[in-house]
Design a binder for this molecule. Sequence first.
Ligand SMILES: [Zn+2]
Length: 327
Amino acid sequence: MSTQTSSTIQFPYKRTLGPVISRFFSELTAQRIVGIRSGDRVIVPPMEYDPETGNQLAEDFVEVGPAGTVVSWTWVAEPGKHHPLDRPFAYALIKLDGADTNLLHALDAGSEDAVSTGMRVVPRWRDEPVGRIDDIVAFVPGETPEGPAAGEAQDVQTMDYFSTITYTDVLSPTLERYAASMRAGVIKGQRCPQCNRVFLGRGYCSVDAIILGEEHEEALPDFGVVSNYTIVTPTPYPGQKETEPFARASVVLDGDEMVIAQQQIIGIPVSEIRVGMRVKAQWFPAAERDAAEITSKGWGTVAGFIEGWVHTGEPDEPAEQYMNRVF
Ligand SMILES: [Zn+2]
């Protein structure tokens, strides 16, 4: 059986909206929809340039809607995770009253039978506006908008944007065996027959370029000594969950040169962590062990299996013995 893991890379950034889209989103926060005048037409959403001539438009905004008429639509029977609604809905081109172009938005009508070209629709407003197109959660049938009372318009100059890639990863046989032994609570390493170095789930010796297989695997102790550590003071950024200073330590397993880096030392204040301290693995309960962190682009990690390392209470080893042994 092969294990597939799914990974998502997400890059958050802010984009500047410019004067015209900025105004459009700012008005949405007060439950108003504006278009821009271009000759004798009103374009919604507003654009900075006339789409036909490319000429810059004067910032002559016109309030439209909020009701409008469905010009065209398509039914989405099985919404995916990127769709705006988690139940079947229609994407509709909606010509808002007073507009000369169509706005594309979601239409939440309950069933396909309830949607028709020419039907009248209005916005359902989001409870707490954020200055984005989905301040309109969806359009709904009727003439009376849904949602809370309108508040003051907010000045919206930027929007947060997330660029996301999700991909699946199939684990190699080496990593499969490694994950299986970690699920069983045993750290298994592969010992190189030439240099005697031990690797976790790597499949080869990166010094001697020798392929390592099942015959080179052996159980390693799940206890050892802290050989170095760093205390990190977290700065806030998207995805950062830590709020207090935390430590990441390297642990040399007993009897070998095997160093497991980037480990959490738990159960004591970070100020008491020291080189030479004897620690043992604190495994997650068997049912909670999770191979999601193991990917074929890296090699064995204990993340998802070992929660952290706790002080054994034994006397420290001499710190000098662990100098220059980061990895
Ligand atoms: Zn080797």
